[in-house]
Design a protein around this ligand. Structure first.
Ligand code: ADP
Ligand code: MG
Length: 705
């Protein structure tokens, strides 16, 4: 930045014209605006076309925001004290409309001038069938800070801000003054010319001015585009920087051999042909392992796509090269199941596999830890208990985490330290379908592999929505499937806050089920969180062995259990589950080759949001589509911590809509890093400076990097 513009934009907000200490305080608290630069970067979320006015007679409820010009009259205060409300009418040549205020009534009463023409902007409201405009913005037609351009910015506001004159109109004024003060200076450009030209981007200075007061729609669009570019591009640049740093400074264990374990298993023990996607991913992993650089790979694949097999083959590569491997699962049951199926899969090979979780204690635990430290144990499967400091490996070469969304970044870094001085290779497996653009941003520093193909013969699960009235039909359907030799899951929600009620629900469901499905013809397993682990295991075991036909459970079966013979999943109170949970649950069926079904049971009347979730489930089994729907329904605020901090810096960019921009930026960042990995070239100097400066300021960023 040039020294001059730096001095203005670094000005603390309280020293700007029209701000002062009270407003400054509020700007800091409510909007995180501390300096002139922050203010400049608090972008409007829309613009009003000042040249267009609605005729009052033509306004109807389908108009969202309107701008009208008219004479103010009939100011009236109703009610007392806190209930006070001010109404007025605005009249143009075609009719009149009611305006109403609930806050700041006394001030408005004193300052608004009846009989005077105002420009009024606001959101249309339906008040018992009558149209009015609550808290409209009123300006005098000759107020020059408001009319300097045809397109006037509208800023997000809050009640607190409105009360102190920091509503959209007030902020517009302050920013207008700031831009005037800036007009002598030019904000320095930090992108090299070749990028500006190649992507036809306007200058940074133009963009930051015109995002607020554009002269026309075209320059506004260009400003938006430039600002989005900066957000995404610098993010991608940073990701590439981190990755480059990792590649250069973090050595990796060299796995050069493909040996006996891998080959024997591959040739003799896999009961099926690997899918093309599985083969491709294994190749990608093998390249990493042979590169001398530490692998940090995210393996994405929808529920049932066969990630475990890829994980297992990778572990065998570690063993072939004389290293140990471990795999972490988020729950005891899932870890147990991985352990059991691994023992089964590895039967023919002489490999020593151990299991560790919080419930492994005393002598057993001691033995595991000993044989881990002396290298006798080659594979360890378990829960986060593996992360404890006391768990020491002789030479850990590979750590896999399953369902990574439940493991934080911190936990991953603990895994890094399990081997010294060179950290183990890391493979992170997740079925949580993340929209592509989100993955590109949130996991930009990981390499991503994707299994985008299901094992052959899988049929998409058919999903139905039913209510209590259809209960008999549902029971009938269950009986039919059971008669064909199939098994059924029934899942109840369990939310911590209402755990007791939920448990009652489950028990009631169980009792009514026992009446309709009497012993000995039908056998029912029940599993819930209050049971002892041994009892749970016993019940799971019975279901796994097809000794029981129905498994009734809380969400404990959410992740991982694998019973290919189960072909129906009934989800009770489905309206209480989130979309990704429903998707995970449904993934428990349809693991064999036959048609599987899922029935979502809900109350008759459910909220609009719940209904949309259910509809999404009925419509599609595509995990990516579901995650996008989820994100749209819940908003980006719902994204988990790691990703959140990655998104916090996107003020303008919409992760879901700006996919093309994200792709372009990623490519550009990669290309630049290929040519100039340290950004040392003269043309990149300013860019590097900005990059360091920018990320220094972003809160929460350090957690990712
Ligand atoms: P997820 O990706 O959800 O972890 P799993 O690894 O549990 O999926 O695999 C689901 C099921 O598909 C398992 O029963 C597994 O044995 C089976 N499977 C995996 N790969 C294949 C394949 N290539 N062909 C047939 N079945 C497969
Ligand atoms: Mg799995």
């Amino acid at each position: 930045m040039s020294s001059q513009s730096k001095s203005i934009l670094d000005t603390p907000i309280e020293y700007l014209k029209g701000v002062g200490p009270i407003k400054a305080d509020l700007l800091k608290k409510e909007l995180g605006i501390y300096t002139a630069m922050d203010l400049l970067q608090s972008y409007p979320f829309r613009h009003i076309d000042k040249t267009k006015f609605h005729k009052i007679s033509e306004i109807n409820l389908s108009d969202e925001y309107v701008q009208i010009k008219g004479v103010l009259n009939r100011l009236q205060v109703h009610g007392l004290a806190r209930k006070k409300r001010l109404t007025a009418h605005l009249k143009d040549t075609t009719g009149q409309i009611e305006l109403v205020w609930f806050k700041g009534v006394s001030w408005l009463e004193k300052n608004l001038q009846p009989g005077v023409e105002y420009i009024c902007y606001g959101k249309i409201n339906n008040y018992n069938g009558r149209i009015n405009i609550p808290h409209p913005e009123l300006t005098l037609p000759n107020d020059n800070t408001q009319t300097s351009s045809h397109l006037a910015p509208v800023y997000h506001s809050s009640e607190k801000l409105n009360l102190k004159g920091l509503d959209s109109k007030g902020r517009r004024k302050i920013i207008f003054h700031l831009l005037q003060a800036l007009s002598e200076d030019r904000l320095e450009e930090h992108l090299p010319d070749y990028i500006l030209q190649k992507l036809k981007l306007i200058g940074r200075h133009e963009a930051l001015i015109n995002i607020h007061f554009p002269h026309n729609q075209e320059i506004l669009d260009q400003s938006i585009r430039r600002i989005k570019f900066d957000e995404v591009f610098y993010f991608q640049l940073r990701m590439s920087q981190l990755r480059a740093h990792r590649l250069e400074h973090i050595k990796g264990l060299l796995f050069e051999k493909v040996g006996n374990y891998f080959n024997t298993f591959y040739k003799e023990c896999i009961p099926f042909e690997l899918t093309g996607a599985q083969k491709r991913v294994i190749k990608e992993i093998r390249i990493d392992l042979g590169s001398g650089v530490q692998m940090n790979r995210l393996l994405q694949g929808d529920v049932g796509s066969g990630k475990t097999m890829v994980g297992l083959l990778t572990m065998l590569l570690a063993l072939d090269n004389g290293y140990q491997a471990c795999m972490l699962a988020p729950t005891e049951i899932l870890a147990q199941q991985h352990y059991n199926s691994l023992l089964h899969d590895l039967e023919k090979l002489e490999i020593r596999v151990g299991f560790l979780s919080g419930s492994v204690k005393g002598k057993k635990r001691k033995l595991i830890l000993e044989s881990l430290a002396n290298g006798e144990l080659q594979i360890l499967i378990g829960t986060h208990a593996i992360l404890e400091d006391k768990v020491v490996f002789k030479n850990l070469g590979l750590a896999i985490t399953d369902e990574q969304h439940r493991f934080g970044v911190e936990q991953r870094s603990k895994l890094w330290k399990k081997n010294k001085p060179i950290p183990p290779h890391i493979l992170v497996m997740t079925a949580t379908p993340i929209p592509r653009t989100l993955a590109m941003t949130a996991y930009g520093d990981l390499d991503v592999s994707k299994i985008d193909e299901m094992p052959p013969g899988r049929k998409a699960v058919t999903t139905y929505h039913k209510t209590e009235e259809n209960r008999l039909y549902v029971f009938g359907f269950m009986k039919k499937l059971i008669a064909e030799g199939r098994q059924v899951y029934i899942v109840y929600p369990l939310i911590e806050e209402s755990a007791k009620l939920d448990l009652n629900n489950l028990m009631q469901g169980y009792e009514s089920l026992e009446r309709d499905f009497p012993k000995p013809k039908y056998q029912i397993s029940i599993v819930h969180g209050r049971m002892k682990p041994e009892d749970k295991d016993y019940e799971m075991e019975r279901f796994l062995k097809n000794q029981t036909q129905i498994m009734i459970a809380t969400t404990v079966i959410e992740v991982g259990v694998n019973v290919p013979n189960a072909s129906l999943m009934v989800i009770e109170n489905a309206e209480r589950f989130g979309l990704s949970q429903l998707h995970q649950l449904r993934g428990r069926v349809g693991r064999g080759a036959d048609q599987a079904h899922c029935i979502l049971m809900t109350k008759k009347n459910i909220s609009k949001h719940s209904f949309k979730r259910i509809q999404t489930m009925v419509r599609t089994t595509d995990g990516f589509e579901i995650s996008e729907a989820d994100l749209k329904l819940r908003g980006p605020g719902s994204i988990d911590g790691t990703m959140q901090s990655g998104l916090a810096m996107f003020k303008m960019t919409d992760i879901l809509r700006d996919g093309e921009m994200i792709r372009v930026c990623k490519e550009m960042a990669i290309r630049i890093f290929e040519k100039d990995p340290k950004l040392q070239m003269d043309i990149h100097k300013k860019m590097r400076h900005h990059l360091d400066h920018y990320f220094h300021l972003v809160k929460g960023w350090s957690r990712i990097s």
